[in-house]
Design a protein around this ligand. Sequence first.
Ligand code: GLA
Length: 723
Amino acid sequence: MRKYIALAIGLLSVASWHLAAQIIHVSTPNTSLVFQVQNNKVFQSYYGKHLDATTGIETMGNVFREAYPAFGDGGDKEVALIVTHADGTMATDLVYATHVQGMNGNIQSTTISLKDTKLPFYVDLHFNAYQSEGIIEQWVTIRHSEKGKVKLSQYASSTIGFMADAYYLTHFYGAWAREMHMTEEPLTRGIKSVETKRGIRTTEFENPSFFLGLNQPASEDNGEVVLGALAWPGNFRINFEVDNIEICQMTAGINPYTSDYNLKSGELFTTPRMILAYSDAGKNGASILMHRWARKYNLRDGDKIRPVVLNSWEGAYFDFDAKKLKSMMDGAAEMGVEMFVLDDGWFGNKYPRNNDKAGLGDWQVNKTKLPAGISDLINYAESKGMKFGIWLEPEMVNPASELAEKHPDWIIQRKNNREQLLQRNQLVLDLSNPKVQDFVFGALDDLIKQNPHIAYIKWDANRHIQNFGSTYLPADEQSHLWIDYAKGLESVFARFAQKYPDVILQDCSSGGGRVEYGSLKYAHEFWASDDTDPFERLFIQWGTNHVYPAIATAAHVTKSPNHQTGRETPLKFRFDVAMSGRMGIEMRPDDFTPKELIFAKQAVATYKKIRPVIEFGDLYRIQSPYDADGFASLNYVSADKSQAVWFVYSHEYHQRQEQNLFRVKGLIPNANYRITELNMDSPKASIPCNGKVLSGSLLMNRGIEMEIRKPMDSGVFLLTKVE
Ligand code: GLA
């Protein structure tokens, strides 16, 4: 690796070395990001493990790129910023203006202010370094006072160089009902992009997050790893460029694809936040940092237990009336469910929502199905000791709706009489328009005003933007639509969260199409996937929980055979998989046999006992379902390490002689723990030592044998520290 430095030093101008360099050190106890000002330019000097001191860093030359390279500044590589200035010129050359740094409790905040050498054009680089969580968050603000509009064509949130012998990129990809699958690949020379161009349902195919293994493929527990996640509900792009000196430059932000943005004089352009975790203890170390940070800073009520939900969708679909829902509530209450959520199908009168062809946009209760209204259902749920939640898809409209008749101009559409392409028979409302933002907010606001006991909203979005065009935006600002849509959405989310701090919000978008930290800042959780088959969920949740915490990962027990895959699975396996996230149920309680109902009831009670460890604890990944051996295993450990919950799954047949030895992680080695198997569906435990006390180091190093051998066999174990 040192050869790169030598090469770079040979290539780069070193004329400024004799000048005293100004060092800007963004840091947490585990990580450092260092910049230095040389010749008035701000260069990155370091990213990685925490540096206690930076003495001598100025003697190492400008191996890395500028902190925010701009087109026209003399560089010849990927840039963070492309601008057409008001006078039509395209060169921008940013130099150091000033910087401020200070501590605000747990957060070290830094702003580096840059300015163009010739024009009144300014860029501020902002960094929040979360000390206890070891997270660095970066975003950028851009403004100018040129005479006229400036056009921004590229505007990254963050660009950071990594220096290693080799780079291994893990990113998360998928499709509908197959979100957050993982793949790792070595990066070679050139640019690899992880991106979306869909505007909505942005995280269905790719997620705006990654792991980068430095020097070696990222392992769970060893080696240097960077975890990154962009907080943005719109189009994103994360580029990884391995350049001629073999530095890997990550450039992340809004996807500039067809997104030129005119900035008026005095207007502020704020990029989304890029969140970075560095770990020298492998991927698992980085995930723990990200999860702790998210619970504290990027989720609503990340310190509050989530209720057990029964959602009506897979149990009833569009086919229900009040009687059926009440009978579902009876069963739900009997099982110990705490929140009944009425999904799609409850609204629309002129165009009743009896299937997905009509009604979206008309958020008034359907009088035929529910003549006594929503309040009748809420009262019933509350009389059974449950809270009540409801589904909306407020960004969308069916052509067959009163809303589409009344406000055709509110719909995102291709002009010139082009055909409007439908997905799921619906179109998208134009959230760049403040009136539409008011309508979307109003749909939720009115509903809750009429039914103030609504305690949970499932906010869905079931298509992406295809008919690109806004009747609101002027002709020369059509390319603002991608960005203004996402900003409009964020602003409605923010209004909702502010007005209804106690209403739980679930982000959903055809399953896991909105799993990212921009939306999650205003939400409590997300629906991870419409694929509820527990075998498939092992893979989806495994990927998801690399970046996003269990407390936010809605995982529901559904009927077998599964409605998406047709696969049959035991009820215990379904519960055991759902329990590793925010567990809920999504089937008709009547579909349980009496014996199953008893099991379900016990499972809900068990989950309630262990959920503080799952929802607030640290996740340790032990055995990946993606590995060839047909098992998956993970455990959660409470902050004080006094309790752990351990999940073991077999998804293939393992023959009887095979040694099934499992180890746990994250315990106190010299403490003793009692191990108790939970959620058993037969009197025989899967482990010989059930109920016995074992040392933490024995559990972590020797491991224990388990009779978990059949496909879709599983075990849940509670470890409790004994004095
Ligand atoms: C989407 C969601 C489902 C359900 C349906 C309702 O597909 O992901 O969970 O809410 O819409 O139409």
